[in-house]
Design a protein around this ligand. Structure first.
Ligand code: UN1
Length: 509
């Protein structure tokens, strides 16, 4: 396999994992290796950060916040524009690395880098639009308005499944807002993060931006805990499991900091009797097996009208039969491997539990064997007919397992869709306007994302991304998500010669 992209991105057998801008150092903690789930090969090693390493990065960030926040926002936007350009230049190499290190298909790896480029463009536009409102004061000769100021150090904790894009959604917006960023990526995908840091740091250096504006810490959960508890980090943005998010959210909340949590999903698609089945099956398939079921927006439940159940089963079986599973760097494959052996075990356990709880097998799961599957991380995407209240169906299993559930009325379908602890993404497939509007209404989906005739995954960067309930409530990426990276200040200015007191109070001296 051609692995030239590793060299092109400046990666070596051993890589330093602590960076303050372009100043790299080795963590003083234990050495970890990044293995490709595609072929099991060790791609490179990195040392984990210790607490002392962590403090150095935070101190640099704090120090350089002042210079960065004093640069006009459109000038910061110009630097983010150059960063977007740098990612355009490195798109092919970085896309291949993401695919090789994480296991998603090459097309998905390139798509992820494209999302970084897109959010850079979005952030550049935003850098001239960090608007506040003006209000009419009730007092004569007074003016009121609000303005948005940067927060300071933003801590970004990201997951393995989108090893580069989620950082960019946060960092690029935070930077135009005037914040400085510290990134703790997943230890499962450290090299993708190191490559991104190198690309961004080069642009910052070329613009003489102080190094502390962009920090990287390859560390374990202990570093995440330090970030969550650290008073010096006013905003912690964390993407990952609901379990992780509850602990981060609690620690940040205990010090009254802000958190932006983007956690687990248990996303469902309703297929109504009025659905265009061709669209529905493609949407369900992409949602369930794309990224090998490891997107937080992956379709986990298919809520199918009872009159369509047999047809949907047959069409899904035929579609699943045509899936090509194999090396993600081979563009003819649709599905790559799971991230690692732990993920394979979780997949196997979930299947066993579903069966124990009474699931009917439509397509059984198994670990694939053979030369091209020697990493042991390739699995057969599976489909089961279940009840929504099975314990396993109520959980998010990060694997290509699709649960079919049948319904008879739309109210029942919406109830099933909402009757899980998570609330990220949802979809209805219908050509009936009443059904679609019902699904989007106050009595409809309770998720942060609700779609009609498009699946649950593949959200665009222009919308606010995130969800409710155990998904954490955070919104990142597009729309007005930038506001979470800033503090709002309300200003009242008296340009008269009297001081009318509040509530008409007189204070005669
Ligand atoms: C994630 O899985 O953490 O909706 C994010 C999608 C992507 C985002 C997924 N744009 O599939």
């Amino acid at each position: 396999m051609n692995l030239d992209f590793l060299k092109a991105l400046g990666l070596a057998d051993h890589n330093q994992g602590i960076a303050i801008g372009g100043n790299w150092s080795d963590g003083a903690g234990k050495t970890i290796s990044s293995h490709s789930p595609a072929d099991g090969r060790c791609i490179g090693t990195v040392n984990l950060a210790t607490e002392a390493d962590y403090h150095k990065v935070i101190e640099a960030a704090q120090k350089d916040f002042s210079a960065w926040r004093n640069m006009p926002a459109p000038k910061r936007g110009e630097i983010v524009r150059q960063i977007g350009e740098a990612f355009r230049k490195h798109k092919d190499d970085l896309g291949a690395l993401v695919s090789y290190e994480m296991g998603k298909s090459l097309q998905e790896g390139l798509g992820e880098v494209q999302e970084m480029i897109d959010i850079a463009d979005f952030a550049v536009g935003l850098s001239r639009q960090l608007h506040g409102l003006t209000m009419h004061s009730e007092r004569p000769s007074h003016r009121m308005y609000e303005q948005w100021h940067p927060l300071g150090v933003v801590g970004i904790i990201s997951a393995f499944n989108f090893p580069v894009a989620v950082w960019s959604w946060n960092a690029f917006l935070a930077w135009v807002c005037g914040d400085v960023c510290i990134w703790k990526p997943s230890e499962k995908t450290p090299l993708s993060a190191i490559a991104c840091q190198k690309i961004a740091a080069e642009v910052f250096e070329a613009n003489q931006v102080p190094a502390g504006v962009s920090g990287l810490i390859i560390g374990d959960a202990e570093i995440g805990k330090l970030m969550a508890a650290d008073q010096r980090i006013p905003l912690v943005s964390a993407t990952g499991s609901s379990r992780m998010g509850k602990s981060v959210g609690a620690a940040v909340g205990a010090r009254l900091g802000k958190s932006l949590l983007e956690l687990g999903g248990n996303n469902a698609m309703i297929i109504s009797p009025n659905a265009d089945l061709n669209i529905a099956i493609v949407g369900a398939l992409f949602g369930a097996v794309g990224t090998c079921g490891q997107r937080c927006t992956s379709t986990r439940r298919l809520i199918v009208h009872e009159s369509m159940l047999e047809e949907v089963k047959a069409k899904l079986s035929s579609a699943y039969g045509q899936l090509k599973i194999g090396n993600p760097l081979d563009e003819s494959n649709h599905v790559g491997p799971l991230i690692d052996q732990d993920a394979v075990n979780t997949y196997l356990k979930a299947i066993q539990q579903a069966k124990e709880e009474g699931a009917e097998v439509i397509i059984d799961g198994k670990v694939l064997e053979g030369d091209q599957y020697s990493s042991g991380c390739y699995v057969q995407p599976a489909v089961f007919l279940v009840q929504n209240d099975y314990k396993i169906v109520q959980q998010e299993t990060f694997a290509p397992i699709l649960y079919l559930i049948s319904y008879s009325t739309l109210e029942e379908a919406i109830h099933i869709q909402n009757d899980v602890p998570q609330g990220l993404s949802s979809a209805i497939m219908t050509l009936n306007m009443r059904e679609a509007e019902q699904f989007l209404s106050v009595n409809g989906s309770d998720c942060g994302i609700a779609n009609v005739n498009i699946g649950t995954s593949g959200a665009e960067i222009g919308g606010a991304f995130g969800g409710e309930k155990e998904t954490g409530g955070g919104r990142e990426s597009g729309s007005d998500a930038w506001k979470v990276y800033m503090r709002r200040q309300t200003n009242t200015i008296n340009y008269g010669s009297d001081l009318p007191l509040a509530q008409g109070i007189k204070f005669d001296l």
